[in-house]
Write a protein that binds this ligand. Structure first.
Ligand SMILES: Cc1cc2nc3c(=O)[nH]c(=O)nc-3n(C[C@H](O)[C@H](O)[C@H](O)COP(=O)(O)OP(=O)(O)OC[C@H]3O[C@@H](n4cnc5c(N)ncnc54)[C@H](O)[C@@H]3O)c2cc1C
Ligand SMILES: *[C@@H]1O[C@H](CO)[C@@H](O)[C@H](O)[C@H]1NC(C)=O
Ligand SMILES: *[C@@H]1O[C@H](CO)[C@@H](O)[C@H](O)[C@H]1NC(C)=O
Ligand SMILES: *[C@@H]1O[C@H](CO)[C@@H](O)[C@H](O)[C@H]1NC(C)=O
Length: 738
């Protein structure tokens, strides 16, 4: 096992110099392949690396994220032969993947990191103002900030994705929330397909989830109890042991208009008891048995189940607990990857494999193959390259020569593309399905002119408000985030004798609650703002962000994250950079004024400004128990007036929920890529089931909506009277393969 002392690790990662006015931006210089501590996976229940085992399957699915993975398992369980392809390996038992608190480090693990460099703006002058913009330095490192070494070239804005079994559900922050009613109803209205009605969609939540958190009495029927996805809530005792953390929570509640008197009374009571009994709560944790009153007070302040079925769920201002895709016993991440593993590993009574599900890993799909002899092109197979780290979003692949062993696999029923919002349009375009002019400019034979492929890309706008405190958060004091050996927080987490809050910091994603509210710029009254926070320094994505967010040495930071939902910008694009399937595409979001009318951009920015002002007031209302917060990001002079704060948002806002680049749309919409059953318009035997299918970016968090889509697609595929494919032809030689 290779390991680093944390001093060595810290010197390898330039510490953030953020406390100043921000002139240098995040100012981080880091190796392309980051120095990382590595521990063996905690279990050998892993799917082995293999190329497609057979020449032919009924269904071939490209991409094993929350779109593709559950669909593959469902179709196999329904009795079909299925091949699930993913470019990466199976790292489902990496420590970082398992513990909810290690989600950020998980998103930069070298084994699974796909770091795209995207463009918030096409206009370079605009782009250069971003304080976390990343450059390639002359000596081959990544520099992010405003002070790039002489001779560096701009790469863009780092965008973490997961290249491996399970997709981004393996490294996301686990927050699993329903989209809003209007998100589903929009699809119903646009397509006229009533099966998208928001009340009808709830049945897919029930299929997916295995709810493991206590529900308010009488609401059990509105949830699922035997799905593949465990859903749990952070044990309330975890934050309650930290006096400072509770004071931050109390401040947020007060600013948000939630009565915090019972909580502050309980907090003061615990502090006086600790003082009288010489319990050190300033550099240590309160004993769990002193936190009961605080836990009760918190329970009364929070909406107990944010995935409830109340008519006003999407509109009522709410301070809510966050359901997460993890289990409630070991507090390990639970994902579609586990569902695929269980389906893959299931055995019959006589020890044979129960389902016809093969999983091809280290397999980069390069092209969908079509039979073009019929009236419509029909997807009949997939070309791939077999090999490790082939895709150039993988930092290990950047400097490697072309390689990989080519192969082809046939699909007798359907090909389903589920590579995510960046890769699905790239795969379609490489296969000849996309805007004619773009394909022709690369010399790609046009199978179908579909102008909407790679258009309509959308993302959330996000910013953060960061502060430092004179003293530390005791909750994270002993945590190394695995950056050094002998991490006490890991030991506490995996100790089988510990239950619930006794498991400590790593049994929680660190986000105590979410604030859901509606800005004065909302068009429909549904929540368009969300604030959540954690004891770390997070101000957007850049290479090395995760090791700077939570460190061995710095324990006094807090970040409030502000997410703007229902953004109006749909001007983003995914365009080919080359015909080499190993290359990443050119991803341009055309943020704010570059992609929107002034009126619409003003509304999105205005909403985010309201969110940021709310986050600042969360800090300002902290009761005087354990030292005042000093907000440093954005700096005071930026926050002083609306104009400069708006400009900050234009320069800094980022996203990480990219969606909508192969939108579902109406029959008469030329830019619609998919029909309401996920079928690629104008083709047969081809669907797209992932984040790219949404016409409008859903909810505040997309992962649960994508999993619900996968259930709906399963039904569409299995239940369809005319599943969109012809009977297999007798004479296969007639098929013309491109
Ligand atoms: C840091 C971070 C935190 C997040 N936190 C949350 C959160 O708390 N809650 C939430 O709801 N959402 C969150 N998200 C977003 C959410 O996880 C994603 O939107 C979601 O996973 C997208 O699912 P998908 O199926 O569309 O694609 P992906 O999850 O991207 O999966 C695509 C898969 O396809 C594979 N693939 C792609 N191209 C090919 C190819 N050519 N050949 C073979 N395989 C290929 C990839 O390896 C990958 O496994 C977060 C995202 C990030 C990056
Ligand atoms: C959908 O259409 C109905 C009927 O016209 C309308 O009342 C409703 O507001 C629409 N919903 C959305 C989200 O567009
Ligand atoms: C809390 O538990 C400790 C033992 O862990 C015990 O010594 C103490 O008396 C308990 N305190 C209260 C208030 O129950
Ligand atoms: C906070 O924690 C760090 C790291 O353990 C330590 O060096 C520092 O002295 C602590 N600060 C205070 C005020 O206790």
């Amino acid at each position: 096992m290779k390991s680093f002392s944390y001093l060595a690790l810290l010197s390898a990662i330039a510490p953030c110099a953020l406390a100043g006015s921000g002139v240098d931006g995040v100012d981080v210089l880091i190796d392309i392949i980051q120095p990382q501590n590595s521990y063996p996976q905690t279990s050998d229940k892993l799917i082995p690396i293999a190329k497609p085992a057979k020449a032919e399957y009924e269904y071939v699915i490209i991409g094993s994220g929350p779109g593709g993975a559950p669909l593959a398992a469902n179709l196999a369980i329904a009795g079909h032969s299925v091949l699930l392809i993913d470019a990466g390996g199976d790292f489902g038992h990496l420590r970082e993947r398992e513990s909810p608190a290690l989600a950020n480090p998980s998103s930069e693990r070298n084994e699974v990191s796909w770091g795209f460099f995207t463009h918030h703006y096409e206009n370079e002058e605009r782009a250069l103002k971003d304080r976390k913009l990343t450059w390639l330095t002359p000596d081959g490192k990544f520099y992010s900030g405003q002070n790039a070494p002489e001779g560096s070239t701009v790469l863009g804005n780092f965008y973490p994705r997961y290249g491996g079994l399970g997709g981004c559900a393996e490294h996301n922050a686990l927050v699993a929330l329903l989209p809003s009613k209007n998100d589903w109803d929009t699809i119903k209205n646009v397509t006229g397909d009533a099966s998208w009605d928001n009340t009808a969609m709830r049945k897919y939540l029930k299929k997916v989830e295995k709810v493991e958190y206590p529900l308010p009495e009488g609401t059990e029927g509105s949830h699922g109890h035997d799905g593949y996805l465990s859903m749990a809530i952070n044990p309330a005792g975890i934050p309650a042991q930290d006096v400072k953390l509770m004071s931050v929570f109390a401040g947020a509640a007060k600013a948000f208009g939630v009565d915090n008197s019972a909580l502050t009374a309980a907090l003061n009571g615990a502090v006086s008891y600790a003082q009288e009994n010489s319990i050190d709560y300033e550099t240590g944790l309160l004993p769990l048995n002193l936190t009961t009153a605080m836990q009760d007070a918190m329970a009364d302040m929070l909406v107990w189940d944010m995935n409830n079925d109340d008519p006003d769920r999407d509109t009522k201002k709410a301070f809510g607990r966050l359901p997460q895709h993890m289990d409630s016993k070991n507090f390990r991440r639970s994902t579609p990857r586990d569902y695929v593993y269980d389906t893959y590993a299931a055995k019959t009574a006589n020890g044979k494999r129960k389902y016809k599900l093969d999983v091809a890993l280290h397999t980069l799909a390069t092209k969908v193959l079509f039979d073009t002899t019929g009236a419509k092109p029909k997807a009949v197979g997939v070309d791939y390259l077999f090999g490790e780290s082939l895709y150039r979003a993988d930092p290990r692949a950047i400097h490697t020569e072309d390689g990989g062993v080519p192969g082809t696999v046939k699909a007798t029923k359907e090909v389903i593309v589920a590579g995510g919002a960046f890769n699905s349009p790239q795969i379609l375009k490489l296969s000849g399905v996309g805007p004619k002019e773009e394909l022709e400019s690369f010399g790609i034979p046009v199978v179908l002119d579909l102008p909407g492929v790679g258009e309509n890309l959308q993302d959330r706008l996000e910013t953060s408000v960061n502060a430092e405190f004179p003293t530390n958060f005791t909750r994270i004091l002993s945590c190394y985030y695995l950056a050094a050996d002998g991490d006490p927080c890991w030991a506490q987490y995996v100790d089988a004798d510990n239950t619930a809050a006794e498991k400590g910091t790593y049994a929680s994603n660190g986000v105590v609650m979410g604030s859901f509210f509606t800005s004065s710029y909302s068009d429909d009254g549904e929540h368009d703002l969300w604030i959540g926070g954690f004891p770390a320094l997070f101000n957007g994505f850049y290479p090395g962000y995760s090791s700077n967010a939570a460190t061995v040495a710095n324990k006094n930071w807090w970040s409030w994250l502000v997410l703007k939902a229902h953004t109006r910008n749909n001007a983003g694009t995914v365009k080919l950079a080359s015909t080499n399937p190993r290359d990443t595409p050119v991803i341009t979001f055309h943020n704010t004024y570059e992609g929107q009318t002034k009126e619409e951009a003003d509304k999105d920015i205005g909403a985010l400004r309201e969110g940021m002002r709310m986050a600042v007031s969360f800090f300002e209302n902290i009761p005087a128990i354990d030292g005042a917060a000093s907000v440093f990001w954005p700096p005071k002079e930026v926050r002083d007036n609306d104009e400069s704060l708006d400009e900050w948002i234009v320069e800094e806002a980022w996203g990480h929920h990219a969606s909508c680049s192969n939108k579902i749309g109406a029959d008469d919409d030329k830019m619609a890529v998919l029909d309401s059953k996920f079928r690629v318009r104008g083709t047969k035997g081809l669907r797209v089931v992932d984040a790219s299918a949404f016409p409008r970016i859903p909810g505040i968090f997309p992962v649960l909506p994508i999993m619900m889509m996968a259930e709906k697609a399963t039904e569409d595929i299995l239940g369809a009277k005319n599943p969109g494919h012809c009977k297999p032809r007798k004479n296969k030689n007639k098929n013309k393969l491109y």
